[in-house]
Structures are given as structure tokens and as C-alpha cells.
Design a protein around this ligand. Structure first.
Ligand SMILES: [Zn+2]
Length: 167
């Protein structure tokens, strides 16, 4: 099913009614007097919207029926074990979604599969999304690690220590 712009907006509008952070951000926007505070308040709302769009898309994609492959050990077709939560720190903040995990019914070791993770190009224990890693590395090329960390915090609201950027 193709999603239209208005469908996307109405599904995100639904989130604004249930998320207390949205109300706080709107109050901060209203209370802002200087242009700087106005821009920063709007920037935070923009990041919130970007997170909502990413999570909406992931929720939608996780609902698509999964074609399970076969166990690499005993060749039995994998079974779905249901939906399991996943979190990731990204350029637009921390996002959370659920996706199906499959496993061999004979419990063969190493038979776990998460097809959506594979499609998304993320690794099993990955906690930071690549575009955020890339931006952190790029900043660190030009700036001392602590300054890169401060700039990242200002731009995205994400607290990443200088040590983490160094790593
Ligand atoms: Zn097996």
C-alpha cells in the first residue's frame, strides 16, 4: 500500500495527542521570545517530527508478512517468535520499534533471524545508527572530541561523550 502525504501526517498527528513531550515542546515554542530560542524550539519540534516519521515507517514495515527462510543447521523452516523491541540512537534521537524474530523450532544455536534488521542494514548488537556515527566522525576530523560532542548535542539534542566519539 502506498502511503500518501496526508495519511502520513494524520498518523503522526495521532502521536501528538498521546506524547507529553509534544505538549512541552509547544509550550517552549510559545514561551520563546528571542529569535534564537524560537529557532531552537522549532528545531526540537522538527527532530521530534523526524523521529515520529521514522518510527511510523518502521511500525508499518514490521507489519508486512515475513517470508521465513530455513535453519542453516537442520534445514527446517524457521518459526516466528513474535515481535521484539529494538532501540537505536540515530541522528534524530533515540527511536524504538518492534520487529519479528524467527527461530528454528528445534532451537538450533545461531538460528535466530530478524529479516527487518537485515533489510534495514543493521547489525545484531548495533546501538548507534551509521548516519550518526558518520556525522560524529566528520565533526571529530575538524574539532577536538569534546567540542565535537558539544556541537552534536546542540544540533541534535543527543549527548555523546568526547570519549565515545574518539572510539
Ligand atoms: Zn534447526
Amino acid at each position: 500500500m502506498e502511503i500518501t502525504g496526508s495519511m502520513l501526517l494524520s498518523s503522526i498527528e495521532h502521536r501528538t495527542t498521546t506524547d507529553p513531550v509534544w505538549q512541552q515542546m509547544c509550550q517552549r515554542l510559545q514561551a520563546a521570545t528571542s529569535l534564537t530560542h524560537l529557532v531552537l524550539a522549532a528545531w526540537q519540534i522538527g527532530l521530534w517530527l523526524a523521529r515520529a516519521i521514522v518510527e511510523q515507517q518502521l511500525d508499518e514495515r514490521s507489519q508486512v508478512p515475513t517470508q521465513w527462510t530455513h535453519c542453516s543447521v537442520c534445514c527446517t523452516a524457521l518459526h516466528s517468535k513474535g515481535f521484539v523491541k529494538r532501540r537505536m540512537l540515530t541522528l534524530v534521537g533515540e527511536i524504538e520499534w518492534k520487529r519479528r524474530i524467527g527461530r528454528c523450532p528445534h532451537h538450533c544455536s545461531g538460528s535466530h533471524q530478524t529479516p527487518l534488521d537485515e533489510i534495514l542494514g543493521i547489525q545484531a548488537y548495533q546501538q548507534t545508527s551509521l548516519e550518526l556515527v558518520r556525522l560524529g566522525c566528520l565533526l571529530a576530523v575538524f574539532l577536538p572530541f569534546d567540542l565535537a560532542s558539544q556541537l552534536l548535542l546542540q544540533l541534535t539534542g543527543i549527548a555523546v561523550s568526547g570519549d565515545t566519539i574518539w572510539n
